[in-house]
Design a protein around this ligand. Structure first.
Ligand SMILES: NC(=O)c1ccc[n+]([C@@H]2O[C@H](COP(=O)([O-])OP(=O)(O)OC[C@H]3O[C@@H](n4cnc5c(N)ncnc54)[C@H](OP(=O)(O)O)[C@@H]3O)[C@@H](O)[C@H]2O)c1
Length: 280
């Protein structure tokens, strides 16, 4: 039975762990330093707790990093410092340059690096979530998830293809959500929100509803989107393209980080009020 470590069982990571179990693996996580929500998610997903990273690195064949993007390098450093030298998958929303850095960090200790990029909601049902992989070891990782809720797509060789695809995808989805929230706030601040919604209803159908969905869907995760937007900005800049769109999106999500532990998703009204207050 393949033994897999998940660092860490967040909303997505716990579902990836559950999918590896569906595929027949035994899945472990490290409880040290993690909060109550992570403990609960890991328990619900049937993952086995170990009390230190050192215990994990000597117990598993494959480690999958699924953490906030800004922590991807630190998690890789800590994992190799704890002695890991087998297959390391970075499944985070990071730029191609960050993916290549992580590859260097883990190879330095003898690991095989596989790049990953996850698209879709936590993989709680079949057919809704894709994990793109790239790198020579991608096939071995894909085998883990056979018959599970997760669709795995092997993009072939390359240390950063999966991350690059994730950056392109999220630059549109999360970038346009941030733009819509900024537009609704500007319209409110200038007293033309009702007129804008009326105009959209005739000429840009769906945008009013999409801005409401953006408020509900993005605000509690905004703190984590800051790092992802900066990774996207860096991806554009490294290709000689403007990064300003997503630096702006990062700033907007930073203003919404107070919603991190909100009991329920905020409404558009609440999000607009927060953004207006930030600019007073
Ligand atoms: N959720 C989605 O729908 C989705 C979709 C596509 C891709 N992803 C990708 O999946 C990754 C994780 O997302 P998620 O939704 O699982 O996030 P999440 O629910 O916020 O969970 C993040 C996990 O990482 C841990 N963590 C928090 N701060 C950390 C740090 N500084 N260093 C190491 N670990 C830390 C958290 O533990 P504690 O909170 O207990 O400290 C938690 O277990 C991201 O790279 C994201 O882009 C997520």
């Amino acid at each position: 039975m393949t033994k897999v470590g998940i660092l860490h069982p967040g909303e997505m990571g716990s579902s990836i762990g559950a999918c590896a179990r569906q595929g027949g693996a035994e899945v472990f996580w490290v409880s040290a330093g993690r909060g109550p929500y992570t403990h609960r998610r890991a328990d619900e997903a049937g993952l086995v707790a170990l009390d230190s990273l050192g215990a994990l690195t000597t117990s598993v064949d494959i480690i999958v990093s699924v953490c906030p993007p800004h922590a991807a390098r630190d998690v890789a450093h800590a994992t190799v410092a704890a002695g890991f030298d087998r297959i390391y998958v970075d499944g985070n929303a990071v730029s191609p340059d960050t993916a290549r850095d992580v590859a260097k960090i883990v190879r330095h200790n003898g690991c095989e690096y596989v790049d990953g990029g996850i698209i879709g909601p936590p993989a709680l049902r079949p057919g809704g979530t894709r994990m793109y992989l790239s790198g020579d070891g991608a096939g071995k990782v894909a085998e883990l998830f056979q018959g599970s809720n997760l669709n795995v797509i092997d993009l072939g060789p390359g240390d950063a293809a999966a991350s690059a695809l994730k950056m392109c995808y999220a630059s549109w989805t999360k970038g346009t959500s941030a733009l819509l929230l900024a537009i609704r706030t500007l319209a409110r601040s200038e007293g033309v929100d009702e007129a804008l919604v009326q105009e959209w209803s005739g000429s840009q159908s769906g945008l009013a509803e999409r801005s409401q969905r953006a408020a509900r869907g993005s605000s509690r995760k905004a703190w984590r989107f800051v790092g992802e937007m900066l990774e996207i900005a860096h991806s554009f800049e490294a290709a000689g393209l403007p990064g300003g769109f997503h630096r702006g999106a990062a700033e907007l999500y930073e203003h919404l980080s107070e919603f991190k532990d909100a009991d329920k998703a905020p409404t558009l009204e609440e999000v607009v009020a927060t953004l207006l207050r930030e600019h007073e």
